[in-house]
Design a protein around this ligand. Structure first.
Ligand code: UD1
Length: 345
């Protein structure tokens, strides 16, 4: 069974390839244009799994190039589509880059799936599409509020495109996985989130501050209506997210007469405040983190965490790693990165 992974050199894509190679007999091919990832990740995947994967350095906005992958691999039966820009703040500053990249890539994938009759699609969606929610935890039936960022809006439109296509396609069966906050790294410490630019997300900023790449972390706001005044998020280990993709694809294959497009939350169901995350990091790393309290960040919602019953019931999925595992693996990865950078310099 051959699966195409787009964004396979990226953060969640690379962890998903490892889970697939270690737990299934599926063959994987990958497309990545390395816009926010490194080709070295394929070597690291090989180092961890002992398996080499076929990959293409292609920009998915290029339909003709994308199509060559489908024509050269007529036995692809499913696509896991990760490739997208994903920084909320950047999307506010450069909305057209987000609409162009995230929507045209998906349009081209759907075009090729339709033309080459590739039935299964797992799409990376995001909890950001729930916006400022009235009731917690959020279920898949919670109302989609106004998108707080172009990034979130590309995910709303992406899900809509898939939905509309699944209505007219004879073959397409899809699941959109709405991730909450993916963090952590592979336990080997060889692979993790690579922040080519200054990180926007909390956990890479914490580990970079602890290692000395950043001077200090700013906690964005301390007067939210939460137990310690800082924002609450549902942090989830990237390998647990990776595993959800395998189960979702298996579910589509086995139950392919069901709904043509389904939507599933992927979160732990547990919310942590920013200060709780910092405390967990300090505990597992034995490092004292340099941080200050700053202003709220534009576009941030106060609290969000998942109701994950649907993933548990439908996919038999269960998150296995807790916040300590997330922090210790992220820290191991950061230390590995600084070691390899020192060796190179
Ligand atoms: C958002 C989306 C998530 C998406 C992710 C992609 C929401 C609710 N979530 O995550 O679906 O996948 O972007 O990047 O919209 N923080 C600090 N200091 C920092 C950085 C962050 O205090 O230097 C705080 C933020 O205010 C927030 C929390 O840490 O409360 C997590 O922030 P971040 O890691 O950026 O993720 P989200 O914005 O929640």
């Amino acid at each position: 069974m051959k699966i195409l992974i787009t964004g396979g050199a990226g953060y969640i894509g690379s962890h998903t390839i490892i889970e697939i190679l270690e737990n299934t007999d599926w063959e994987v091919i990958s497309i990545d244009n390395f816009s926010n990832s490194s080709e070295q990740n394929y070597d690291r995947i090989q180092q961890i799994t002992g398996k080499k994967i076929k990959h293409y350095a292609i920009d998915l906005k290029d339909l003709a190039a994308t199509e060559t992958v489908f024509s050269e691999n007529p036995d692809i039966i499913g696509v896991i589509h990760f490739a997208a820009h994903k920084a909320v703040g950047e999307s506010v500053e450069q909305p057209l880059m987000y609409y162009d990249n995230n929507l045209n890539s998906l349009k081209n994938i759907l075009t090729c799936q339709e033309k080459y009759k590739v039935p299964y699609l797992i799409f990376s969606s995001s909890c950001s599409i729930y916006g400022n929610v009235a009731e917690l935890p959020v279920t898949e039936k919670s109302a989609i509020a106004k998108a707080e960022s172009p990034y979130a809006y590309t995910k709303i439109i992406g899900e809509t495109m898939i939905n509309d296509m699944s209505m007219i396609s004879d073959t397409l069966k899809a699941i959109s996985l709405r991730y909450f906050n993916p963090v952590g790294a592979h336990p080997s410490g060889l692979i993790g989130e690579l922040s080519i630019h200054k990180p926007n997300n909390l956990v890479p900023f914490i580990t970079q501050t602890a290692i000395g790449k950043q001077e200090s972390l700013t906690v964005f706001g301390k007067n939210y209506d939460t137990r310690d005044g800082t924002c609450i998020r549902d942090y989830i280990h990237v390998s647990d997210i990776a595993n959800a993709h395998i189960l979702a694809l298996q579910h589509l294959i086995i139950n392919n007469k069901n709904l043509p497009h389904d939507i599933i939350n992927v979160g732990t169901g547990v919310g942590s405040t920013v200060l709780e995350v910092i405390n967990a990091f300090e505990k597992v790393s034995n490092e004292k983190l340099n941080y200050t309290i700053g202003n709220k960040r534009a576009g941030d919602v106060g609290a969000i965490f998942a109701n994950n019953e649907k993933a548990k019931q439908l996919l038999n999925w269960e998150p296995k790693r807790n916040i300590d595992d997330m922090m210790s693996s992220a820290w191991k990865w950061e230390k590995h990165l600084s070691l390899t950078m020192n060796e190179q310099s």
